[in-house]
Design a protein around this ligand. Structure first.
Ligand SMILES: *[C@@H]1O[C@H](CO)[C@@H](O)[C@H](O)[C@H]1NC(C)=O
Ligand SMILES: *[C@@H]1O[C@H](CO)[C@@H](O)[C@H](O)[C@H]1NC(C)=O
Ligand SMILES: *[C@@H]1O[C@H](CO)[C@@H](O)[C@H](O)[C@H]1NC(C)=O
Ligand SMILES: *[C@@H]1O[C@H](CO)[C@@H](O)[C@H](O)[C@H]1NC(C)=O
Ligand SMILES: *[C@@H]1O[C@H](CO)[C@@H](O)[C@H](O)[C@H]1NC(C)=O
Ligand SMILES: *[C@@H]1O[C@H](CO)[C@@H](O)[C@H](O)[C@H]1NC(C)=O
Ligand SMILES: *[C@@H]1O[C@H](CO)[C@@H](O)[C@H](O)[C@H]1NC(C)=O
Ligand SMILES: *[C@@H]1O[C@H](CO)[C@@H](O)[C@H](O)[C@H]1NC(C)=O
Ligand SMILES: *[C@@H]1O[C@H](CO)[C@@H](O)[C@H](O)[C@H]1NC(C)=O
Ligand SMILES: *[C@@H]1O[C@H](CO)[C@@H](O)[C@H](O)[C@H]1NC(C)=O
Ligand SMILES: *[C@@H]1O[C@H](CO)[C@@H](O)[C@H](O)[C@H]1NC(C)=O
Ligand SMILES: *[C@@H]1O[C@H](CO)[C@@H](O)[C@H](O)[C@H]1NC(C)=O
Length: 719
């Protein structure tokens, strides 16, 4: 019989770990049981065809890496861990939202974007007072907006766009003093916009386009101190006027009231200092266009499809950034000042489109030569009876596809075969033919302040890359397409170029985590001109990794006690494996049994506190010279851990003699559960083991990659 001393003092020849992670904790850290129950209810009410939530019945939400759950990295006064974020974006979930969500009372981010969830928004969400981001856009939600959502004192962002929500906007929303973003477009919201919303001191973006709103536009909106984007297109206001006070909105960057059933005169917006974008098209506006000169920054003016009379004002000339001036289908008459396009100097990225079709315009004042990259459309005006104006009046060239794929520059000389998918040559890397696996991001500007992205593309890249802590060359806009007022694009992010790395390069997991976090938590403070943004999808594909969607949980990293054992050579292997483990309470007993059923036979003692079975998904561990063992091989080697093969008992568990299939005689040390001394002993052994690490003395030669979901820790020693 070997003494336990002997084991702890260096007979280890290698350590063997069956299963992917051993979780240790310093204290009893577990998730608030009420929140666990709530999460279980949340899962029950969802349909999850792709099994993203498979691991939601194993172990503890905060410490067993449940998909999409991020917890606070500390306990609260109640000594429980609490869920901080629930991020289940783009997982093809259907079903409904459980009212139990309301029990996640410390949550700050609730993100179910881009699924197919139906039913209504539970009013219980209104009781999560810590909630900052409510992100439910891109689902199939119905019913009306619960008044209770107005009771969220910390809400920063409400995104419920692209659902089928009906009913009116609760007046209680005017109490959301911290709200900056209301994205509610593309629903069936009806009724009048509550004038009380104008009390919102911080509201920056209000998107209510593509709904069924009626009544009138609240003149009080002009008093909103922070409003920069007001987008209300495609509603049915009752033939109301645009309040004259809107011309006083000092922060306004974009006003979009297309197809809103508006009547009356156009206010004079020339006093708004930073107006980029004005769309009042497809209403029944009449009267003439105010003569005041728009802001220097104006890029886009849509006044088409109205009943506007009078002349084309000379103040449209000399606007330095103008991209699109659209006045078609009105009743404009008189002469067109050609200075509108003659005085606009375009750089090589810029274009100007002037649309004046179907008016009563009779002549052009000034030169009729058309500068490069300017398009003027005059069809349907009396002026076109002058047949010399064919460049203005010729049949309209078909609107070409507005999608753009941006050319790859330096990759044409690279050999295709040396960069097989999913790797590809980075088009912008500092060295040619840099082969890497990009992260692919579907990204959408929901309401940008321009109509042509080309001149702003460079600014966009230069602004986004540093925000993501990337070099400019790492970010490439692969393509973009206009979707009405929105701009959808496809970004590719490449890893850092390193001349020392031969062969293809990829992001590591922590970089991916960091980047996804930056997007998921809206840490990107957009430049105003780009307006609100959203992430549509996020993918990366390469060999050894599963393809994570957005929600990589970082909850599992909570409370790691690795600090004490860092630096140990053997443990560098374990670092990625050791995680916090938790949970004993009765409510998880059932799920534990379930998750650990494949190893139930080797769990011999009941669970107590310190070191406990862990349920985790399998990960693969790659170490030179280390062989993979199956659990079966080890039971075989020890005759199912038969007591006759037991050769000793260490401080941390029993030791068995085993004979591997190739005849190697080994010792297997298996963790024994339930010992109060277990954790301490275990750490001591680990420490010893790591200190004793030497080529001929200690080497890890095997591991088990079967994803056993148990606490099972063994050393295997040569006898
Ligand atoms: C957490 O689980 C996800 C899959 O759900 C996995 O990709 C990831 O590697 C796990 N993280 C840790 C630290 O175990
Ligand atoms: C916990 O997270 C906060 C930020 O959320 C961070 O500042 C702090 O350092 C973290 N604490 C620990 C112990 O990791
Ligand atoms: C999403 O789920 C539906 C069934 O609910 C299925 O038809 C569809 O193929 C799934 N989509 C993806 C991308 O998996
Ligand atoms: C969304 O879910 C509904 C059932 O709730 C189903 O009929 C529909 O096919 C799903 N749509 C998609 C795109 O998966
Ligand atoms: C939304 O749900 C309805 C049924 O409730 C279904 O007919 C429709 O296809 C769903 N829409 C989407 C986009 O899945
Ligand atoms: C919103 O609704 C409009 C009008 O129905 C439609 O054209 C548009 O594609 C929808 N989606 C978005 C994202 O705007
Ligand atoms: C829009 O609201 C009107 C009443 O104001 C109603 O009759 C109509 O059915 C609604 N349309 C939609 C698509 O909800
Ligand atoms: C705009 O604001 C000024 C000063 O606050 C005020 O005197 C004026 O009446 C306002 N104009 C309109 C149209 O509301
Ligand atoms: C135009 O926009 C720039 C930033 O894009 C801003 O600095 C400048 O003040 C704006 N011009 C005016 C007249 O407001
Ligand atoms: C707009 O003008 C057309 C043609 O003159 C007229 O038929 C129509 O009634 C006018 N609409 C409004 C709302 O004034
Ligand atoms: C401007 O016109 C020139 C010559 O037709 C063309 O090569 C260039 O691409 C145009 N620029 C833009 C931004 O369209
Ligand atoms: C992600 O979005 C891009 C652009 O919007 C699209 O081309 C691509 O197909 C999407 N990928 C997935 C996996 O949905």
């Amino acid at each position: 019989m070997y003494q336990s001393r002997a084991w702890t003092h260096g007979l280890f020849v290698f350590a063997w770990l069956c299963w992917s992670s051993l979780l240790i904790r310093a204290q009893d850290l577990i998730t608030d049981p009420l929140e666990v129950i709530a999460l279980q209810a949340v899962k029950r009410s969802l349909t999850d065809p792709e099994n993203h939530l498979n691991n939601w019945n194993r172990g503890d939400p905060c410490t067993s890496n449940w998909t999409g759950i991020v917890c606070f990295n500390r306990t609260f006064d109640d000594e429980y861990l609490h869920v901080q974020q629930l991020i289940l974006l783009d997982m093809n979930l259907s079903g409904s939202l459980s009212p139990e969500l309301g029990r996640l009372s410390h949550m700050t981010i609730l993100d179910f974007m881009w699924n197919n969830i139906s039913g209504s928004i539970p009013k219980e969400i209104g009781s999560i007072t810590s909630l900052e981001l409510l992100l439910l856009n891109g689902n199939n939600l119905t019913g009306s907006l619960p008044e209770e959502l107005g009771y969220l004192p910390n809400l920063n962002r409400m995104q419920i766009d692209e659902n089928r929500i009906s009913g009116s906007i609760p007046i209680s929303f005017s109490k959301l003093n911290k709200a900056k973003h209301f994205h509610m477009n593309n629903n069936s919201i009806s009724g009048q916009i509550p004038p009380e919303l104008s009390r919102l001191p911080r509201l920056v973006h209000l998107l209510l386009d593509n709904n069924n709103l009626s009544g009138h536009l609240p003149p009080e909106f002009s008093e909103m101190p922070s409003l920069t984007i007001l987008q209300l297109d495609n509603n049915h206001f009752d033939g109301t006027k645009i309040p004259a006070s809107y011309s006083n909105m000092s922060k306004l960057l974009k006003l979009s009231l297309r197809n809103c059933n508006l009547q009356g005169a156009i206010p004079d917006f020339s006093q708004i200092p930073n107006l980029y974008y004005l769309d009042l098209s497809s209403n029944q506006l009449n009267g003439s266009i105010p003569q005041g000169r728009f802001s220097e920054n104006i890029t886009t003016i849509y006044l088409s499809n109205n009943n506007i009379t009078g002349t084309v004002p000379a103040s449209f000339s000399g606007l330095p950034k103008i991209q699109r001036l659209s006045l078609s289908n009105n009743l404009l008459s008189g002469s067109i000042p050609s200075t509108i396009w003659q005085s606009r100097t375009l750089n090589k990225m810029e274009t100007l489109i002037v649309e004046l079709q179907n008016n009563k315009l009779s002549s052009i004042t000034g030169s009729t030569t058309l500068p490069l990259n300017v398009t003027v459309r005059l069809q349907g005006n009396p002026v076109c009876s002058n047949i010399s104006l064919v460049q203005f009046c010729g049949s309209e060239s078909k609107n070409n596809d507005n999608s753009q794929r941006l050319p790859n520059t330096n990759t044409s000389v690279c050999l295709p075969q040396t960069c097989p998918p999913p790797y590809e040559y980075s088009p912008t890397s500092p060295a040619p033919c840099f082969c890497a696996a990009p992260l692919l991001i579907g990204y959408r500007l929901k309401s940008p302040g321009f109509s042509d992205f080309h001149p702003y593309r460079d600014t966009f890249e230069k602004f986004l890359a540093p925000t993501l802590q990337l070099f400019n060359y790492q970010l490439h806009i692969d393509s973009f397409i206009c979707e009405g007022p929105r701009l959808r694009m496809y970004l590719k992010l490449f890893p850092v170029y390193d001349a020392n790395i031969k062969g293809p390069s990829s992001f590591n997991m922590s970089e991916i985590q960091r980047i996804t976090d930056t997007f998921a938590s809206w840490k990107i403070s957009n430049l105003d001109v780009f307006g609100p943004y959203e992430v549509l999808n996020f993918t990366h594909e390469y060999d050894n990794y599963p393809s994570p969607r957005f929600a990589l949980s970082k909850g599992a990293l909570v409370g790691i006690v690795l600090g004490t054992i860092a630096g140990a050579v053997t443990l560098s292997v374990l670092v990625s494996l050791l995680m916090l483990k938790v949970h004993t309470r009765n409510y998880t007993a059932v799920s534990r049994r379930h998750c650990c059923q494949s190893c139930a036979t080797i769990i011999t003692t009941g669970l107590t506190s310190k070191l406990q079975p862990v349920c985790a998904s399998n990960a693969s561990l790659k170490i030179d010279g280390v062989k993979a063992f199956t659990y079966g091989e080890l039971t075989m080697a020890t005759n199912n851990f038969n007591s006759s093969t037991q050769v000793g008992e260490g401080g941390y568990g029993k030791v068995y003699k085993g004979i591997l299939a190739d005849g190697t005689v080994v010792a297997i040390k298996r963790a024994q559960e339930g010992s109060l001394q277990g954790e301490k002993e275990f750490l001591t052994e680990i420490e010893l083991l790591s200190r004793l690490h030497h080529r001929n003395l200690v080497s890890l030669i095997g591991y088990c990659d079967e994803g056993f979901e148990q606490v099972f820790f063994s050393y295997l020693d040569y006898l």
